[in-house]
Design a protein around this ligand. Structure first.
Ligand SMILES: *Cc1c(COP(=O)(O)O)cnc(C)c1O
Length: 380
């Protein structure tokens, strides 16, 4: 069995796996399941600090992103796509697919989006139905300050769609304070349930925008409107993946009972970054480090593939490469959700040190030793 230290999917705790083995019912006919579904949605809303309704959709993370765009976009709508990473840019495809006109706002991929620069841009051009942005853009690990960016967009009358699939629960998300209209999450990142589910929180303004459409939503599966009145009518638009939802509920309850989850992510993320830089490795980003994932440049003269392979074969630890233009350029350590525990991170840091040295990389300090040092000396 490998130790999973990737930025999703993450480790799944035993109580989550066992919850998925619960006896099944017919989710359409058993009213107890409809209650269970709604309570699980309410728990998500509470954990994300919002009064907005949450819906759990039967599909993995990407479905939430597509459903948000499908439900809001009408042909010809101008949509502002904030892009400082792979997922950020990717929203443009969903907007186009549903007939919208994406306007890419592309900035330096090694830093978070600067609210002042965005404001200067919006001063001149703010005629957009909605904007899309990513909280933690996982391929680079850049963390955007949604708590500042979303209220700014909102001030200009622009609805916001936020992908926090790999940010939420490792980084703070306060949906109502940030005035986020549709927030997208997934089961397999910091939530630490298996892949397979996405969930979205939907504001009153987003609902109104959907209700005021002149054209029907050009999808069924990615249409958030089909859940309208599911509770009153005791009817789901399609059969809910009941075992997945039992597992998700257990994972969310783990989070609800974990009072220092954010502090632990901050402590581990900080120690990881410092240990790598002390050893002489180069973090990929200039600023805006998410505490859910650490991304460093592949040292000169060695290959990303060999680092990953040796971690796997010699230490039975899975860490990740990246995607898009970063493929082969960087290594990613996912310390989110259940992965964010000191014991597994210590082992990972120690193994990485051994692997790099065996490959002939000269390190200034011992990565594992420095990591332990910072855990002990920098509590948060
Ligand atoms: C993982 C992830 C998703 C969901 O995509 P997958 O196909 O499940 O990997 C969406 N957005 C971000 C930022 C993610 O990290």
């Amino acid at each position: 069995m490998y130790k999973i230290m990737t930025p999703g999917p993450t480790q799944v705790k035993e109580n989550v796996r066992l919850a998925r083995a619960r006896e099944c019912t017919n989710p359409d006919l058993d009213e107890a399941f409809i209650e269970f579904y709604r309570e699980t949605c309410q728990l998500i809303s509470r954990l994300l600090h919002t009064e907005n309704e949450t819906l759990i959709l039967g599909g993995e993370g990407i479905l939430g992103l597509e459903a948000a765009c499908a439900s809001l976009t009408e042909p010809g709508d101008r949509v502002l796509v904030l892009d400082n990473g792979v997922f950020g840019k990717g929203f443009a495809d969903f907007v186009s697919l549903y007939g919208g006109v994406p306007r890419l706002y592309t900035v330096n991929n090694k830093k978070p989006i600067d609210p002042q620069c965005l404001q200067a841009f919006l001063e001149k051009d703010h005629n957009y139905k909605y904007a899309t942005l990513v909280h933690c853009d996982t391929p680079s690990g850049v963390l955007n300050d949604i708590g500042v960016l979303c209220p700014l967009l909102s001030q200009y009358g622009i609805l916001t769609v936020v992908d926090s699939v790999s940010g939420m629960f490792g980084e703070e998300v306060r949906v109502d304070d940030a005035q986020i209209d549709i927030l997208c999450g997934g089961s397999q990142k910091a939530v630490s349930a298996p892949p397979g589910l996405t969930f979205v929180t939907i504001s009153g303004r987003a609902r109104q925008a959907m209700a005021e459409r002149k054209t029907p939503i050009a999808s069924f599966y990615a249409n958030l409107g089909v859940f309208e009145n599911y509770y009153e009518e005791k009817w789901f638009p399609y059969t809910m993946p009941i075992s997945d939802i039992y597992g998700l509920r257990a994972a969310l309850e783990n989070i609800a009972g974990d009072t220092d989850m954010l502090a632990r992510h901050a402590k581990i993320g900080g120690a990881c970054r410092k240990a790598l830089t002390d050893a002489g490795l180069q973090l990929h980003l200039e600023s805006g480090f998410s505490n859910t994932v650490t991304v460093f440049d592949v040292p000169e003269g060695v290959s990303a593939r060999e680092i990953l392979q040796r971690m796997k074969e010699e230490h039975e630890i899975l860490i990740a490469g990246s995607l898009g233009g970063l493929d082969g350029q960087v290594i990613r350590i996912g310390h989110m959700g259940s992965n964010a525990n000191e014991a597994d991170m210590k082992e990972t840091m120690k193994a990485l040190d051994a692997v790099l040295r065996n490959m002939g990389v000269s390190l200034k300090k011992h990565i594992g030793e420095r990591f332990c040092h910072y855990l002990e000396n920098n509590p948060g």
